[in-house]
Ligand binder design. Sequence first.
Ligand code: F6P
Ligand code: MN
Length: 323
Amino acid sequence: MRSLSSQLHLDHSSTDLSILLNCLAVACKDIASRLQQGAMAGVLGSAGEENVQGETQKKLDVIANDILKDYLQDSGVVRALASEEEEDIVECSKLGNYLVSFDPLDGSSNIDINSMVGTIFSIYETTAGGDISSQDFLQPGRNQVAAGYVLYGPSVMLVLTTGNGVKMYTLDQRIGEFMLTQEQVSIAADTKEFAINMSNQRHWAEPMQRYIGDLLAGQDGPRGKNFNMRWVAAMVADVHRILCRGGLFTYPWDQREPEKPGKLRLMYEANPMGMLIEQAGGKAYTDQGPILDIQPSHIHQRVPVILGAANEVDACLGYHLAP
Ligand code: F6P
Ligand code: MN
C-alpha cells in the first residue's frame, strides 16, 4: 500500500506542490470529520477550534471554507486563493507560488439528506510577486498544474491529477492517511448512461432537447440503444461515477438567465473536473468548445458543461453543430 505523500514523491511533484497537496488532504480530512458530526458539527467542532464558536452554528459549507482557508494560508506555499464562498480572492503568503481555487462543499444541499458531497480544487502556478489580484487567476484551465476533489461518501476518497493521469486514494480511517487505491483511471469511449437534471428540459436550447430526446427514445430511436439515467445532484459525485464506470454528465445552457450560461462555475467546478476527465481519456466541453481552452473573464463565471465518455460527448456536440 502506498500513501499520498510517497506517491507524490514518486510522481516528481515539486516539493512545494507536494506540500500544498498534502495540506489540502489534511484540510479535507478535517472537513470529513466535521461532516461525520452531521447536524452537530456547527455547535460542537473540535476542542480548541476557534472558528466554531459555542452555540453559533455555522453551516457546514462555511465551516469547510474556513478550514480550507486556514490550512492554505498557513501552508506558506499559496500566494492567494479563490473560493465559491468568497466574493473576492484572499491573499495568502507573499512567497507562495501557487493559486488555489476551490468549491469547499460541492452539492451542499445534499448535507440535509446525509448524502454525498465533496471538495473540488484547481491549482495554478504564479510568478506574481508584488500585488496580486483576481486577474492573476483568470488563466485557461489548460494551465492548471494539478486538480482534483475529495468525495465524502461511504468512504472518503481523494481523486487527483498532476497532469500525468488520474489516481484515486481512499482514506484509511484507522491510520488517517490517504492510500493509493487506483492508478490509471480511464473512461470508456462509449456509454449507455447519462446524467442531467431532467426537470429543466423545457429551458434547454433546442439541440440539447433533441439530443436527450433521442437518448430517451432508446432501442427504437435514432441511437438504437437503451440509456440509463443517474443524477446525484452533486457534480462531484456524478463526475466520480463517470470516472469509475463511465457515462456522460451535462449541466447545459439554460434560457432562463442568458447572462449566466449554465449553473456550474468555471474556475472551481468545470476546469478541475475538465482536467480530470481529459486526463482519464474523456472529453470536457461546453456547447462551443473544450472547457480547458476558455479564457476566464471572472472568478465566479458560469459555463455550460458536457463531459465524460469521448464518443458520447462527440455525439452530443454533433447535435449542436448540425443545422
Ligand atoms: O454546485 C452546484 C451544484 O450543486 C452541483 O454540484 C450539481 O451538479 C448541481 O448544482 C445540482 O443542481 P440541481 O439543483 O439543478 O440538481
Ligand atoms: Mn458546487
